[in-house]
Design a protein around this ligand. Structure first.
Ligand SMILES: Nc1ncnc2c1ncn2[C@@H]1O[C@H](COP(=O)(O)OP(=O)(O)OP(=O)(O)O)[C@@H](O)[C@H]1O
Ligand SMILES: [Mg+2]
Length: 297
């Protein structure tokens, strides 16, 4: 990580904003009739959640995203209340992305409509926002099913060429399968740090063992952070494998574990820490997240 710029220490996050509707049911969903549920509506999106967690760590955060025009003020206000400097574009035709989550026990099924996120154009990002940051973070969602995925790939190439560190979260084993792992790895090749969970590591590499998967990914990226829930994380840095244990927590709701973990990593990196100590900070943040209801602090 010798080439990491320590100052300025702002982080730029580019990615999805979603309106989440979480329906918690206590019995299986009954087709063609009603099933009682407790329903919660929140603002989400993996990248947006990470931005909010990161602002909570007192790191300056710029967030770039796209929402339906009629939601612009509402979403902008929520980011500013959370301490995130949002640079939103308003889509005149598409609605804000939305996600319906049906949660029963440990099972969560998601129906995802990425809406305006699909037309997010990184060419609209002001050069001064980019040059003010030491790290750029994106999620895999920005590369999946985008109107023009090559735009994101060119964007991260340009940013990485200026010396800014780029981190990408693989985000979704299902969408990785749809996209094709090799195509995805090619698109994110300028990234310095890749983060994935166990399922994503398997899809990306074909390896069934997490350690093997990390070593395969390490042939293409300087740093790899592969997490496996309460079992913790494996981190590849400077040619060596490190184990970063999870921190024991009373789990209330696991939603947002990965997003808060990414915020912890970015908070460490933006402060000039190594990936390993950033991952320890991330484990602390995500242990706090799982004790809370919802994906945000
Ligand atoms: N039950 C838990 N107890 C304590 N820490 C946890 C728990 N679950 C997750 N974590 C922490 O969060 C990190 C990331 O978790 P996980 O591997 O589930 O990521 P993910 O699959 O990307 O999450 P998400 O489903 O939110 O995208 C773990 O490495 C660990 O530090
Ligand atoms: Mg994840």
């Amino acid at each position: 990580m010798g080439q990491t710029r320590v100052s300025p220490s702002r982080v730029l996050i580019v990615g999805d904003v979603m309106d989440d509707v979480v329906a918690v049911i206590s019995q299986p969903l009954r087709p063609d009739t009603d099933t009682p549920a407790t329903i919660q509506r929140t603002l989400g999106g993996s990248a947006a959640n990470t931005a909010v967690w990161l602002a909570g760590e007192n790191i300056g955060v710029d967030f770039v995203g796209r929402v339906g025009a009629s939601d612009f003020e509402r979403v902008n206000d929520q980011f500013s209340q959370a301490g995130v400097v949002a640079h939103l574009s308003a889509d005149p035709a598409r609605e804000t992305g939305a996600l319906v989550i049906i949660a029963q026990g440990q099972t969560r099924s998601m129906a995802t409509d990425r809406g305006a996120n699909l037309a997010l154009d990184p060419r609209d990002i002001s050069p001064s926002v980019i040059s003010g940051c030491s790290w750029l973070h994106l999620t895999g969602y920005s590369f999946f099913h985008h109107d023009n995925p090559e735009l994101m790939s060119s964007f991260i190439t340009e940013v990485a060429n200026t010396g800014i560190g780029v981190m990408v979260d693989a985000s979704s084993s299902g969408f990785l399968e749809d996209c094709g792992p090799e195509k995805f790895l090619e698109m994110i090749s300028p990234a310095r740090v890749v983060r994935c969970n166990e399922d994503e590591a398997r899809v990306l590499t074909g390896a069934s063992n997490l350690e093997d998967a990390v070593k395969i990914l390490a042939t293409r990226f300087s740093c790899v952070v592969a997490t496996s829930g309460a079992k913790g994380a494996l981190v590849w840095e400077d040619g060596a494998l490190h184990v970063v244990p999870a921190i024991a927590a009373e789990v209330v709701d696991p939603t947002g574990a990965g997003d808060s973990f990414n915020a912890g990593i970015l908070a460490g990196l933006a402060s000039g820490a190594s990936i390993v100590s950033s991952a320890q900070r991330a484990a602390e943040l995500s242990a706090r997240c799982v004790t809370l209801l919802g994906a945000r602090p």
